[in-house]
Design a protein around this ligand. Structure first.
Ligand code: ATP
Ligand code: MG
Length: 850
């Protein structure tokens, strides 16, 4: 079985794959039948959130990673303990030649309160291979595995390797160091024996189909085989460390702090690159935010300890592709996109980091000024929370400046935030009320109505709201999946009608979210999908396929789908492309798709089709999507895609497509939004109505364009005439002012109030200054569109005497409820009260020469 994507899409309890068993959860829970009862795989895992979070260890120790490969073998109701243990032994001792004297096995010691005795069965099998003192009892914490509060569980048995030097082994026996966090005595393989089912009341019952689930860390195994004491010394990481060394000028192994930083960078690089390749871009929420935080942690270590002030981690991607691209082609195929996204994220965080440092400096200065020796915890928390500025970096910078950080206060803020998040996310699941053991089957590709029985139902509490969930034996309702929203509709029986508000898909199960619990759950129901809504969804889903193909035709084959949302109202399609799509290109894409719609190409569907044959058809697969051996392929002429969604019976059903927007959502990822069918009709109606209104405004002119152009030209000509008239009028008014001028104390005073824009007044004032270069005072109040203004100008000789126009306008500006200023020879003021203009003018004359 190939690795499932690292990003989890259909399990609300999990963001990332954190163990090999995740992709088999539907089988283990009994929601699906395995295609094969024995399987083996190597699974990309990420342990950075939830139940398994190793993030803070990574880099500081040498055997925990964020992303790692978990090798596993599986039995679904087939072989059990005996085979699992002896094959594990055969593999690591006979095949891989690990020295048996370095191996230890743990077995579950039993738990009286659970009524469970020691796993003597496992111990007995181990005794065939290992001396008794290499078999160690382990408690419930280490040696009893549970999927969750309820469900499959059972004892487990771990294999540990002691790789200390011989003289140390002689001093302290390895058995004393097992599960004691010793860096050289580590667990490499865990064999889980699922044999119980935990019920909601906490009790255990036997599991009918027992499951073997084993997980071995590939990186830890390699380190053992290559005789190293650190995962980072193996050829899994050395090539990356070498390139990082060349890039940063730091040598690995010389300085502990730098070593930690280098380990952090090469580890996180893998996690980030694979997450992006599996379709999870860094973002501000949920899984995207987790990835963003990992990247920021790496950038910060690089910044602080490796002196990297510019984006650098992305430069390691080609080396990663050389090392892992063969086993994981998704990373090779998307190298360019991964690098682009990482570079952009790194650069933007480095800018944030610099702003954070400035902010922190402000806090430090304030703290010092207040005579304190400690930065407040809430300040440090704000820096952490809003700027991704971690506490240890804040502490480091503060320490350099002789200050401490109130860690307790920080922890309080952190705890408060966690509580808030927990309360918001808390979900109380009621017990399933199980009516039958029937498997649930989706019949919605061919039906929108189907007779069905309820298999089970329950009540769910989230955020103080109650919802009800129903599972049917046969359902035409599509559960939200792969970007396509879930169906809504009704369940009708003889006795009642239940509304289906939404349908979701979880671990392979279609969950109908309904408005109430059934009163007669055992009755037969007619499950009826809201058909009109479904048809609109189908049309939009088919449209994404046609758009995908047309985009590749117009922009190039580098276009890869990076996400989509298909609803009844329209669609969103995200794809890799490195520049803006031009309006011409968008038009071309629309034309191609509309032509295909007019061709009315029928849907050709291949169900349960062998994946190899699907590939031969040239079907496009999505990165980050999990496919089994049998797939569904959806074909419309030359468009062939792997797809599990609902589609139009033929392209003609789409009616027409219109792209409504094009934008960027991340470096190298564009988004288009589009509508089809009725939504296009509505848009066209609106446009036509708008045009009709416009024509109406222009007296139903037959040639709208010519009429508008003529109006614009006329307007321009009229404006020119108005300007000329205004200029003429200004000249006239100026003449009047000059005629009315008076001499006061040897100064020519030209003053008055004019109905005119301030701009023209300014021109007049300057003309007057030119005309009368000496002993001149100009004071003009003006008003245009209700706004009063004052303009004052003085000849240079008066300025030399110490008179100041700026000072006068400031003083007199109050009379028009305004203010202003300027230079000694020329100043203006604007205001709100035109009534005060006359008084203001008189005031200035008085101030200047009174
Ligand atoms: P540990 O106690 O060392 O953290 P674990 O109990 O969390 O290990 P399991 O959940 O049993 O480990 O996972 C199975 C195997 O996966 C382990 O035996 C180990 O080889 C590997 N593994 C687990 N976590 C990591 C990690 N963070 N990085 C690398 N390998 C890991
Ligand atoms: Mg662990």
């Amino acid at each position: 079985m190939p690795s499932a994507p690292m990003v989890v899409k259909d399990d609300p309890t999990l963001m990332f794959t954190n163990a090999g068993m995740n992709q088999f959860k539907d089988i283990i829970l009994g929601n699906a039948t395995p295609k094969c009862r024995r399987q083996a795989d190597s699974q990309k895992c990420l342990r950075v959130s939830g139940k398994h979070n190793d993030l803070e260890e990574v880099g500081h120790d040498t055997y925990h990673h964020t992303m790692f490969e978990m090798l596993g073998n599986w039995s679904f109701g087939d072989y059990f303990k005996k085979e699992a243990i002896s094959w594990a032994w055969e593999y690591i001792v006979d095949v891989l030649k690990i020295d048996p004297k370095d191996l230890y096995a743990t077995v579950f010691e039993g738990s009286p309160e659970e009524g469970l005795t020691r796993d003597d069965e496992a111990a007995g099998i181990w005794e065939q291979f290992l001396p008794k003192d290499h078999i160690i009892n382990g408690n419930k914490h280490d040696n009893f595995w549970e999927m969750g509060d309820t469900g499959p569980c059972g004892p487990c048995s771990e294999i540990h390797v002691d790789s200390r030097p011989e003289e140390e082994k002689a001093k302290v026996p390895g058995r004393e160091l097992v599960n004691k966090d010793h860096p050289q005595v580590i667990e490499i393989w865990n064999l889980v024996f699922m044999q119980y089912n935990r019920k909601a009341d906490g009790s255990l019952e036997g599991l009918p189909a027992k499951v073997i689930d084993t997980g071995m860390g590939f990186e830890r195994l390699v380190r053992t085989l290559q005789g190293k004491t650190s995962n980072y010394d193996t050829d899994v990481f050395q090539p990356l460390i070498k390139v990082l060394g060349d890039l940063s000028g730091c040598k690995y192994g010389e300085d502990e702090k730098k070593d930690i930083a280098m380990r952090v960078v090469v580890d996180h690089l893998r996690a980030i690159a694979f997450a992006i390749a599996d379709g999870q871009l860094p973002s501000n929420a949920k899984a995207g935010y987790v990835i963003r935080r990992i990247l920021r942690r790496a950038v910060r270590y690089g910044y602080t300890f490796l002196g990297q002030k510019e984006a650098f981690i992305y430069k390691l991607v080609p080396t990663l592709v050389d090392e892992m691209g063969e086993a994981f082609p998704e990373i090779a195929a998307q190298q360019k996109l991964v690098m682009k996204v990482m570079q952009e994220e790194e650069s933007s965080f480095l800018r944030t980091l610099e702003n954070g440092i400035k902010l922190l400096q402000g806090v430090i200065d304030e703290t010092k000024a207040a005579g304190k020796t400690e930065i407040a915890g809430d300040k440090a928390f704000t820096l952490f929370d809003t700027f991704g500025f971690p506490l240890d970096l804040t502490e480091l910078i503060c320490r350099e400046q002789g200050l401490a950080v109130d860690e307790k206060g920080f922890d309080v803020c952190m705890q408060e935030q966690k509580n808030r998040a927990r309360n918001a996310a808390e979900v109380k699941l009621g017990d399933w009320v199980v009516l039958s053991e029937a498997e649930s089957e989706f019949v919605g590709y061919d039906n929108t109505e189907y007779p069905a029985h309820i298999v089970k139902y329950r009540e769910v509490q989230q955020k103080k709201r109650t919802a009800y969930e129903v599972i049917l034996d046969k359902t035409p309702f599509y559960g939200e999946m792969g970007g396509e929203v879930g169906d809504s509709g009704v369940l009708v029986s003889e006795n009642e009608e239940i509304k289906v508000l939404d349908t979701k898909k979880e671990n392979g199960l279609s969950i109908h979210i309904v408005d109430k619990l059934p009163e007669h759950p055992e009755a037969e129901f007619m499950a009826c999908v809201d058909v009109e809504r479904r048809r609109a969804i189908e049309a939009n889903h088919t449209c994404t396929h046609l758009l995908d193909e047309a985009l590749r035709e117009v922009l190039g084959t580098h276009v890869e789908q990076k996400g989509s949302l298909v609803t009844a109202d329209g669609l969103r399609f995200d794809f890799s492309h490195f520049e803006k799509v031009t309006p011409e290109q968008l038009r071309e894409v629309e034309h191609i798709v509309n032509a295909k719609i007019r061709e009315d190409i029928p849907l050709k569907e291949y169900r349960d089709y062998p994946i190899e044959k699907a590939k031969e058809l040239g079907a496009i697969a999505l990165f980050g999507e999990k496919y089994g051996d049998k797939v569904r392929v959806v074909q419309f002429g030359t468009s062939v895609e792997f797809c599990g969604g609902c589609h139009a019976q033929s392209t003609g059903r789409l009616g027409m497509v219109r792209i409504t927007s094009e934008s960027s959502i991340a470096a190298g990822v564009r988004r288009i939004e589009a509508i089809t069918g009725k939504a296009v009709e509505e848009t066209l109606d609106k446009m036509q109505d708008f045009m009709a209104d416009l024509k109406g405004l222009l007296n139903n002119a037959p040639d709208l364009m010519a009429t508008i152009q003529k109006a614009i030209a006329e307007n321009k000509e009229l404006q020119a005439q108005v300007d000329e008239f205004k200029a003429q009028k200004a000249q006239q008014l100026k003449q009047v002012l000059i005629e009315k001028a008076r001499e006061v104390n040897g100064v020519k005073v030209i003053a008055g109030v004019l109905p005119m824009e301030a701009q023209h007044v300014k021109d007049i004032a300057f003309q007057l200054r030119g005309q009368f270069p000496e002993h001149l005072l100009v004071v003009i109040g003006s008003e245009a569109a209700g706004k009063p203004a004052l303009t004052v100008s003085l000849s240079d000789d008066l300025v030399a005497e110490g008179k100041n126009a700026g000072q006068y306008v400031r003083e007199a500006g109050k009379l028009i409820q305004g203010g202003g200023g300027g230079q000694p020879h020329f100043a203006t003021a604007g205001g709100k009260n035109p009534e005060g203009l006359k008084a203001a003018v008189d005031k200035i004359v008085e101030l200047a020469i009174g």
